[in-house]
Design a protein around this ligand. Structure first.
Ligand SMILES: [Zn+2]
Length: 126
């Protein structure tokens, strides 16, 4: 049971087989990723309550800041780029990685607060 590969593959936190997302989205076409409400394999309810993924925004914020700091360090100290160049590189990377960060932050959030083995789970019905 390795958590990190399952988080990166966006698998269900309960059975680790079903997919969390039905589409990955495309930031260049303004398409956001779509989530399954329940796991197709075990029926795990991904949306535990209304506003469940509010906290995933903080995870997404941390991921984005980490990427920006990494780009800043690489640009400044490895490639010796100017501030304007680094700014535009950060803008492009933030746009391109937005759906990836969205999916990864929600998956991390699900794994942080997962409830193992759920016969009956309260949840929000569509
Ligand atoms: Zn499952």
């Amino acid at each position: 049971m390795a958590v990190l590969p399952n988080v990166l593959k966006e698998k269900c936190p309960n059975c680790e087989k079903g997919d969390i997302f039905e589409s990955s989205g495309n930031p260049l076409l303004f398409r956001m990723p779509k989530m399954h409400r329940k796991c197709s394999h075990c029926g795990y309810n991904f949306v535990q309550e209304p506003g469940y993924f509010f906290g995933a925004m903080y995870v997404s914020y941390a991921l984005t800041i980490a990427e920006m700091i990494a780009i800043l360090i690489l640009g400044k100290f490895i490639f010796h780029l100017g501030n304007i160049s680094i700014f535009f590189i950060i803008m492009v990377v933030a746009l391109v990685s937005s759906t990836f960060n969205f999916r990864l932050s929600r998956t991390i959030w699900l794994y942080m607060f997962r409830k193992k083995n759920t016969a009956e789970q309260p949840g929000v019905e569509p």
